[in-house]
Structure formats: structure tokens, C-alpha cells
Write a protein that binds this ligand. Sequence first.
Ligand code: PLP
Length: 435
Amino acid sequence: MTRDTRHPETICLHAGYRADPATGAVAPPIYQTTSYQFESTEHARQLFALEQPGNIYSRIMNPTCDMLEQRVAALEGGAAALAVASGQSASAMAVQNIAQAGDNIVSSTDLYGGTWNLFQHTLRQQGIEVRFVDPEDPNAFVEASDAKTRAWYAETLPNPKLHVFPIAEVAELGRQHGIPLIMDNTAAPVLCRPFDHGAAIVVYSTTKFIGGHGTSIGGMIVDGGNFDWAAHPERFPLLNQPDPSYHGAVWTEAAKPLGPIAYVLKARTTLLRDLGAAMSPFNAFLFMQGLETLPLRMREHCRNAQAVADFLDEHPAVTRVIHPSKQESFWRARADRHLAVGYGGLLGFELAGGAEAGRKFIDSLELFYHVANIGDARSLAIHPATTTHAQLTPEEQNATGVSPGYVRLSIGLEHIDDIRADLSQALAKAEGKPA
Ligand code: PLP
């Protein structure tokens, strides 16, 4: 397997697609088709038998999605990727691909609220137990694991705490026990490549920074190709035992001619086939477009967010700024070990006036959008306790770091003076002062 060794700026413009062989078109074509003409009955048979790669039906593969998959896999330094309908479906399928009823995974408590619900309720209802542990203690992952543990799961830069996850330490412990680490890298594309730190699988909500313009919902599962599933046949029966849903295919064997992609091959040929959470080719095109400027945008998100963190840190109405640059040296050193370019586009803060001041602040914003999203080119704000994390109990909210007065910002690409001006006037109103 050859990895693309070019820089992220180059990969994001060139990997996975050069020009359309039929027309020479330089922009990626949108293959808006459900199905593909087989050359013969023998050709069709070979495609279905996985004897040769090729397109069958757009629920399980599509040429525009394929370009995006190749580009994201190259950016991450992974072996292959699978585009899916949303970040939620990426997280769900990443677990369901190796865990079945009676199995468990161990997850960090510091999660996006939607993932928390998926793990705490929906996967549990399906018989997959998710054991939550404090990410501050890598050994907690070992202690919570047993013979039925199929994966460990965490986010690289989880909001609201924005404590970078100790990827290298936990991945190394996992490898000692034959357990893969799945990392949700949604908040840190380009800034962090979890495979470089030992993670086995990366998932994304491409809805956020990768798309970057708030137009489309999508997700991605990337296979690092760096985990030896066949070395642990008892832990991974779904990859090592004949699959009755695919005429007895053993995925670690079936993948051999294609490369170290057993995990993602199975996800495509069984879960995407059966659950049908496919990405539309039009959305794949928009994500390709987003990727073209991703490294550039991430630099600017980081620069603006740093300036906002410094500004809020000096503001008398603000009691606490949550941003990796403002964390104690231990946390900051961890962020420095895992993140390149900067500390990301997200930050949080708490107001002296608590929840009421937080609400007033958000209602007073004029430039920032008040939305349940992150990673847009525009600046965004939300009050998590009453929105994204509202379905959690107060205890669960506390465990994920959401206090009643916490305000989350996703800093966009506007001019920093205009961002600061909007924050200033909204902070003044939140304090009850004239702007
Ligand atoms: N992971 C993280 C870190 C997220 O922030 C989100 C959405 O906010 C998701 C996953 C889910 O992604 P989607 O909304 O694309 O389903």
C-alpha cells in the first residue's frame, strides 16, 4: 500500500481525481446515477463475487463518492474510506461493523451529545453495551474492557471541554490488548491525523469543517489499514468468520487482494448494503469542493479563534475561557503533541451572569448565527445546556463538561475586527450595559 506523501494542501486539491477520462473535465463530475451497465453476465457475476472491483449500485458505491473517499483516505494517511449519509451514521456503523448483540465497546465520556445518545440508548437497545470512562485516565479503558470488548472510542478535540484526547497513550494500550481505537476527528481535520498516533479507524462528520459551508450532511469512515484484525480472531469474529450474508466471505481473507481494508470492505458490502445510509453524489461533490480549501480554512479558523480566546480572556464579563491555549500546561502540552497548525476553530466561555447572561448574549448576536452546527465558514454560537445537550440529564451534562452558563462558539472566517465587534456589543448587552 502506497501512502500519499504530499502535503495536505496538495492532497486536498489533487488526490483521488485528476480529470474526467470521458470529457477532460477538471472539476469532479457528479455521477448522478443509481446503477451501472454491466458489460456481460460474466462481468456482473464477477462484480457481485468481489472478484473484480467496479460499480454495481449507488447505495454501495458511486464514482463521485469514490473520489471523495480516496481524497479523505489520502489526507488521513489511511488505506481506504467509506462515505456515508451523516456523521451519526459513520459513528454507528464504525461500531456496528465489529460489534454485535452481547458485545461491548468502551468510550470516552467527552462526546458530541448525539453520539452520547446513540451509545447510551440506541446501541444499548440493539444489545451493544457502551461503557463510558473518564478520558483523563488511559488505564480506565483497559480496566473497563473484557473479552467481549470490540473497540475503544473517543473524539480528538471534544467540545465543550476541548481537552485533546490522549490518542497516542490510549491507542498504544489498545494495541497491547488487541483493541482498536476509533477516533472521531470531526473538529480537527488537517490539524490532527489520528493514524499517526496509533488510532485504527477515523470517523468524520463531513458536515462540519470538511464541507465547511454549512450546505450538506455527510460522514466518513476511514480505515487506517494499520490494525491486524486477523491476529485476533476471537475478538473480531465478524471479520474472521464466514459471513452468511455474503456467501460465506471471510472479510480478512476477501480483502487480501485489495490491501489492508478488511474493516472498510465489510462496512461497505454489508452495513451500507443493509442499512442504506449512503452519501448522495451531489453532497460528495460539495465535500470535494470543501476539501479543496480545507487546509487554508483550518489555518484561518485557528487564527481567528485564537484571537477571540485572547480577547475574551481579557473581558471583565467573562469568568472562564475554554480553549486549548488557555489550559494548564499539561493539557496544552498534550494539545501541542497532537495538533498541528493551531488549536482549532472552537472555543467556549462562561459569563459571570450565568445561564441568564448566556441566553442574553446569544440573543444579542448580530453577525454570529445561532445554530446547532460547528465548522462553518460563518461564525456560529449556541448554548449547549438548552440545545445540543438538552436530552442529557444534568449529571450527564456535567460529565460531558456542559455547565448551565457555557456558551460555545465556532469561529468563522470573517474579519477578526468584525467578529470582535459583534462579541463586544453582545457581551455589553448580556451585562445589561449600553452597547
Ligand atoms: N461527531 C461530532 C464531533 C459532531 O460534532 C457531530 C455533529 O455535530 C457528529 C459527529 C454527527 O454528525 P452529523 O450531524 O453529520 O450526523
